[in-house]
Structure formats: structure tokens, C-alpha cells
Write a protein that binds this ligand. Sequence first.
Ligand SMILES: Nc1nc2c(c(=O)[nH]1)N[C@H]1C(S)=C(S)[C@@H](COP(=O)(O)O)O[C@H]1N2
Ligand SMILES: [Mo]
Length: 212
Amino acid sequence: MKEAFIAAKERWARKMAGQAKPEIRSENRLPPGQRLVSNFPVLDLGVKPEIPLDRWELKIGGHVENPTVFTWAQFMELPQFRDTSDLHCVTTWSQFDMAWEGVSFFSLAELVRPKASATHVFFKSYDGYSTNNPIEALMDDDVLVAHRWNGAPLAVEHGGPARVIVPKRYAWKGAKWIREITFMDRDILGFWELRGYSNTADPWTDDRFSNE
Ligand SMILES: Nc1nc2c(c(=O)[nH]1)N[C@H]1C(S)=C(S)[C@@H](COP(=O)(O)O)O[C@H]1N2
Ligand SMILES: [Mo]
């Protein structure tokens, strides 16, 4: 795990420096059971919360040395990160080459400094949604809190002002309308994880539903 983490952080540093080489992708980028779409479907719980930027805040706390609440202006002053990745939804659509821009999870973690006791992260959104991830799934060079997509501010229906993107997990593991990120010393289940969806959510092993 430690070596994978260091390798991911090295790749991230190259991306931050604008020196990353285009990724060589596998011949078959489409995970099992997925079909490629070119539109961007919208999935939510029936609410699309509108959060004015002057009332938006992102709280990051829990098992960290430096709990922080970011206003929009403070968030925009953080180092900005651009990355292109694929998105896989459990309802079987995938979209390739989603161009995201925002703040990388590595940057946020460096600011709040997770304690050694932090093993998992719980995400809460402005619409009441939640999801959870183990810390190692987030310490990767493609995880970010995005506020722009394909060169424009992220639309409200897609989670604007800002949403989490975890490309190597099914898309429900990334919270739209992100409000709070809590580092935890244990795992607790989020909205879909409590309702029959897999807690690990790995598109490459068709890992969609919980066995319990
Ligand atoms: N806050 C919030 N985040 C969410 C959801 C949601 O309902 N609320 N749906 C999840 C699901 S199931 C998917 S597939 C993606 C969909 O993102 P999109 O609507 O931009 O395609 O967001 C995820 N994040
Ligand atoms: Mo989804």
C-alpha cells in the first residue's frame, strides 16, 4: 500500500507541475457490463440544492491535525489541479475523457494533515447525500474536488459549485454538492452503501452490489 501511495503521489506531482505525459490507456477501457455514452446523464435524489457561492463552505475535519472550513474564495485560492479521467456509473453508463478542474485530494489532505488514526473518509452533501471511501482509494493522482468540467463551471445538476470525483470507483462514491469531508478512524456506510450497493464499488470487477 505504501509503495502504491508514493507512486500515486509522484504521478500527482508531475500533473501539478504540468509535466505529466499523456496516460497510456489499456485497449479496453470499458469495464465489464458498461456501455459508452456521449451525453452526461444526471443522477440525484430528486433535489438539486442551489448553494450561492457567498454561503457555500467546505468543512474538513475529524481525525486531522488542522481542521479547516473553506469559504469559496479560500477554496479557489488553493492550488488548482486539472485532470482527465473516465466516469463509470453503476446504472451501466460510462463516459470517457471527462476533463475536471478543482483541488486535488492530495492538496486538501496536505492542508488538514490526517492523523495516523485516519483510515476512512465520510462525505456529506448539501442534498443530504453521503458516501464513504477508505483513505487509500482517495490518495490517488486522479481524485479531486472539482468545480469545473470541460472548461466551464460545474452545472448545478452535476453537483456545482463543487463535487468529489473518484474515477476508479463507481460514480456514486463521489459526492456532488460536497459540504463536509470527515476523516474517520473506522468505516461508516453512506446513502447507497446502506441501501444494497457495494462498499468497495470497483468497476473492473463488476462489484456493484453488497453481498450482505
Ligand atoms: N450529493 C449527491 N451526490 C451524488 C449523487 C446524489 O444523489 N447526491 N448521486 C451519485 C450517483 S448514483 C452518481 S452515478 C453520480 C452522478 O453524477 P451526475 O449526475 O453528474 O452524472 O453522482 C453521485 N453523487
Ligand atoms: Mo449512480
